[in-house]
Design a protein around this ligand. Structure first.
Ligand SMILES: Cc1cc2nc3c(=O)[nH]c(=O)nc-3n(C[C@H](O)[C@H](O)[C@H](O)COP(=O)(O)O)c2cc1C
Length: 369
């Protein structure tokens, strides 16, 4: 018998603190792109409704927002580089705040995960190597294009764009920002040897490959302070054509984590974390502040307990907070369902991504109806 039974109060529901922010529970909504922003990238009214429905989570990490036009990944993606983007997110934060919640923004530059049909621009990447799979565009799924290799000027501009997006996020009422260095987007493309073939200061050794992540984190911290900055990583995750061998992970991530720890961001967020792995134990041992674990749930569907047992295991293995994605997507009141052990809604039709609209988005029922 495990430590958790349906009747005992779940450790996931105990309060926590993130710097000076009180969290009513340890459940975090993992960032999830849902492609419902306005064509400009401004957060829509529908998005405000979606997030406000989920305000009982301890913390919401908003879906990825692009810090520049060229960083745009998919249609309907949110943005944070123009005044109307700030205004759109401000409305979301007002609605979530009124409902009792708090949010971090996630800043994501797509790198080679982008397409001229979507952004009007040739994507930028550490090296001119195309994503080896088609990508969703306004014209359907299209073969990826060969990205342009970033020069030092592009790198400087990207660092500045992350910093400016962080400033906008705070102006928009976010409690902080998460720098997205996971899941095969630009910063992860710099970390991984198969996407970064550079021979300058940003490529080659692990120290050179992690340099851009550290530069971005430094620039963002300089803008808004370490207590408002989190970082997301996904060591070894193969999303978006990333290849990191066990050796690559070993050579880079422990070093990256200690270098990040020295800089003092308020949290580290590990996507697709395995709490029983040696890597997780090393991460916990070398990270001194809040650690968020996003456990691996079955791809085919969320468990009947909404991720409760997997989440409690993460806490037992040293996580401070637990991020869940699809369980919150399908259950606005997941916290309450976990509290009383109620059954959860399953996720419907491929999350109804790319299609826009309320169906499969704001129409998941709560226990109250
Ligand atoms: C619809 C959808 C959109 C996602 N978008 C993002 C995103 O914008 N940024 C990100 O870091 N991860 C994104 N992810 C990954 C999730 O944050 C999470 O790591 C993943 O879904 C695994 O957690 P789960 O099994 O609880 O859903 C997305 C996942 C889904 C299902």
């Amino acid at each position: 018998m495990g430590m958790s039974t349906q009747n005992a109060a779940s450790a996931l529901l105990s309060p926590a603190r993130l710097a000076d922010i009180d969290l009513p529970n340890r459940l975090v909504i993992a960032p999830m792109t849902r492609n419902r922003a306005e064509p400009s990238g401004a957060a829509s009214e529908l998005m405000a409704r979606y997030y406000a429905q989920r305000a009982s989570a301890g913390l919401i990490i908003a879906e990825a927002s692009t810090p520049s036009a060229v960083g745009r990944t998919y249609p309907g993606i949110a943005a944070l580089y123009e005044d109307e983007h700030t205004r759109g997110w401000r409305r979301v934060n007002r609605c979530v705040g009124a409902a009792g919640g708090r949010m971090f923004a996630q800043i994501q530059h797509g790198g080679r995960v982008g397409h001229p049909d979507t952004s009007g621009l040739i994507p930028l990447a550490p090296s001119p190597i195309a994503l080896p799979e088609p990508i969703h565009t306004p014209n359907g799924r299209r073969p990826a294009v060969r990205p342009r290799q970033m020069g030092q000027g592009d790198i400087d501009a990207t660092i500045a764009d992350f910093a400016a997006a962080a400033r906008r996020a705070v102006a928009a009422g976010f409690a902080g920002v998460e720098v997205h260095a996971a899941n095969g987007y630009l910063l992860h493309q710099f970390l991984a040897p198969n996407t970064n073939r550079r021979t300058d200061v940003h490529g080659g050794t692990p120290a050179a490959r992690m340099r851009l992540v550290l530069e971005v984190v430094d620039a963002v911290i300089a803008q808004i302070g370490p207590d408002r900055v989190g970082v997301r990583i996904s060591p070894g995750n193969t999303t978006n054509g990333i290849i990191e061998s066990a050796r690559d992970v070993e050579d880079l991530y422990p070093e990256l984590i200690s270098r990040l720890d020295e800089r003092g961001p308020v949290y580290l967020h590990v996507a697709f974390a395995d709490p029983d792995s040696g890597l997780w134990k090393r991460i916990r041992a070398s990270w001194s502040r809040t650690l968020i674990g996003n456990p691996v749930l079955p791809v085919e569907g969320i468990p009947e307990d909404g991720g409760r047992v997997a989440g409690e295991r993460m806490l037992e293995a040293g996580a401070d907070l637990v991020a869940l994605g699809r369980p919150f997507l399908a259950n606005p009141d997941l916290v309450e369902r976990i509290r009383i052990g109620a059954p959860v809604n399953a996720v419907r039709e491929k999350y109804l991504m790319y299609v826009g609209g309320a169906t499969g988005y704001t129409d998941y029922p709560t226990l109250a109806g």
